[in-house]
Design a binder for this molecule. Structure first.
Ligand code: PLP
Length: 394
């Protein structure tokens, strides 16, 4: 009954963890959830008000397929002001979440059999999305000593005449690491010279702590023309459920993505789009407050791992995740998947949820999300330390 496409698709491991947490909570258990991939803040009140007003003002009819013009203007203003990027409104396509923007981008560029480079560790959905559009995901192992930031050296053995695109996530989910300008220049410059397209997923770009953020299309005109920039409001404005993502690219690609979207979903909800104009133009303070709060939590976690001194982490510079090296536990755990076993033990025995690194292609790590209260983070870390110490002393 199923298409080949549907029969090979695997369910999202992160959603699997969420179901497990829900199942345990339904049984009356209290779970410390450090597995969550969404901000723990509410959508700013101003945005909610704008959404309600849109309903009262009857902004409830079809709009332009590639997105509302006023919202496109607000996106162009944001890109100019915050990222130093100039785009015209006809280079922007607004979709129902960054996930949908990425799907449009792949549908517009990937032919069956085209190869798409995806550095490991990767965000769980990329390989499946590439397969869904008929492309071939080429997984590229990166190195812990480089903070898992992919280098040209990592990529070179995987290049072929079918290489069409690379997906770069900056800041990274799951590592929280961020490329600096020089690293990007070297890497992206060389790939674009080979006519490889860059899908730049910058959804966490507002959540960066220590360094200025470099948006990939700012690097050169050639890079700008070869890049499909992906962003959205899920993470920055805490609007995950509203579903608002966008792409910015050259006009030819934007036109194609708009046409594809016109036949699939038309456009995101008009109510969401109206509220998003407010999120982009009036929520700077709220976003700064969220980022300052994440930074406080990040600092606490850095101190915890430094004081403990038992396990390494990739020191996070952005997003709200810490990637923890559980490799040393392999001497005690002889299961097929180290990270699944550790995360299973943590949730079953210690009531703390993490995401196993295997979901990101890196089984000797786990992902801790600090989109959670300081209290929960402290308690979750304490229980994790107890688990690790007991295991290693056995
Ligand atoms: C790297 C990355 N890209 C894209 C998305 C999807 O964002 P959206 O909720 O806007 O579809 C996520 C969500 O977790 C993500 O982590």
């Amino acid at each position: 009954m199923l298409s080949k496409r549907a029969s090979t698709i695997t369910p999202s491991i992160t959603l699997g963890i969420s179901s497990k947490v829900k199942e345990l909570k339904a049984k009356g258990e209290t779970i410390i959830n450090l597995s969550i991939g969404e901000p723990d803040f509410l959508t700013p009140d101003k945005v909610k008000e704008a959404g309600k007003k849109a309903i009262d003002d009857n902004i409830t009819k079809y709009d332009a397929a590639s997105g509302n013009l006023e919202l496109k203007k607000a996106i162009c203003e944001k890109l100019e002001k915050e990222n130093g990027l100039h785009y015209d409104t006809d280079q922007v396509v607004i979709s129902s979440g960054a996930k949908h923007s990425i799907t449009n981008a792949l549908l517009a560029t990937i032919n069956p059999g085209d190869e798409v480079l995806i550095p490991i560790p990767y965000w769980v959905s990329y390989p499946e999305m590439v397969r869904l559009v008929g492309g071939e995901p080429i997984l590229v192992q990166t190195k812990k000593e480089n903070g898992f930031k992919v280098t040209l050296e990592d990529i070179e053995p995987h290049l072929s005449d079918k290489t069409r695109m690379i997906i770069l996530t900056n800041p990274s989910n799951p590592t929280g690491n961020v490329f600096n300008k020089e690293e990007l220049q070297k890497l992206v410059g060389a790939l674009v010279e080979k006519n490889i397209l860059i899908l730049a997923d910058e959804i966490y770009e507002r959540v960066v702590y220590d360094e200025p953020f470099t948006s990939i299309p700012t690097l050169s005109e050639d890079i700008y023309n070869h890049t499909i920039l992906i962003n959205g409001l899920s993470k920055s404005a805490s609007m995950t459920g509203w579903r608002l993502g966008y792409s910015a690219s050259n006009k030819e690609l934007a036109k194609a993505m708009g046409s594809i979207q016109s036949h699939l979903t038309s456009h995101p909800s008009t109510i969401t789009q109206a509220a998003s104009i407010t999120a982009l133009r009036q929520c700077d303070e709220e976003i700064k407050h969220m980022v300052a709060t994440y930074k406080e939590r990040r600092d606490l976690i850095l101190d915890f791992f430094k004081d403990w001194g038992r396990l390494d982490i990739i020191p996070p510079v952005g997003a709200f995740y810490v990637f923890v090296d559980i490799g040393p536990l392999a001497e005690k755990i002889k299961e097929d998947s180290l990270s699944l076993k550790v995360c299973d033990d943590m949730i079953e025995e210690h009531k703390v949820a993490f995401v196993p690194g295997i979901g990101f292609g890196q089984d000797d790590f786990l992902r801790l999300s600090y989109a959670a209260s300081l209290e929960d983070i402290k308690e979750g870390l304490k229980r994790f330390k107890t688990y690790v110490e007991n295991l290693l002393e056995d």
